[in-house]
Design a protein around this ligand. Structure first.
Ligand SMILES: [Zn+2]
Ligand SMILES: [Zn+2]
Length: 150
């Protein structure tokens, strides 16, 4: 992901916090900044390393997990269940919105995608089963355009 993408992901996330009256503590904001800057999923222990590099002080895992919980609850980051990794989200969408993660097995890049058709067919599927979805995340593995071409 390019620098401007990561900057805009962070800016969008911060704007969404402001408009919802959420306050990000410096610790939460640092985690969000690191994930937006990396533009790829990171595990909790990668985050501990990055925070240690930046601050010169090694954070306790619990403080990282608490910050991640807050960011997850507010849809500022997503968790990739299959990899137990976290990814910044600059889309400011609702928590219930269905998301598809397109995960490249080669370079580890992840694209977050959704579409009107996808939302519609999932809503139809849930309605047919009389099921009230709380969160929908789908993970699709494969190769991104750059890696498929290489
Ligand atoms: Zn998102
Ligand atoms: Zn790739």
């Amino acid at each position: 992901m390019s620098g401007s993408d990561s900057r805009s992901a962070l800016e969008a996330a911060l704007a969404s916090c402001r408009s919802r009256g959420l306050s990000l503590t410096p610790g939460r904001q640092r985690i969000l900044e690191i994930l937006a800057r990396e533009g790829r999923p990171l595990g909790a222990y990668d985050l501990i390393e990055k925070v240690a590099e930046e601050t010169g002080k090694r954070p306790a895992p619990i403080s990282i997990y608490r910050a991640l919980d807050f960011l997850l609850e507010n849809s500022l980051v997503h968790r990739l269940a299959s990899r137990n990794m976290y990814l910044a989200c600059g889309h400011a969408h609702e928590a219930r919105e269905p998301i598809v993660f397109l995960i490249c097995e080669h370079c580890g890049g992840v694209v977050e995608a959704t579409s009107e058709d996808f939302r519609g067919s999932l809503a139809g599927l849930a309605a047919e089963a009389r099921f009230a979805p709380r969160a929908t995340m789908m993970e699709v593995s494969g190769r991104c355009e750059a890696c498929a071409g290489a």
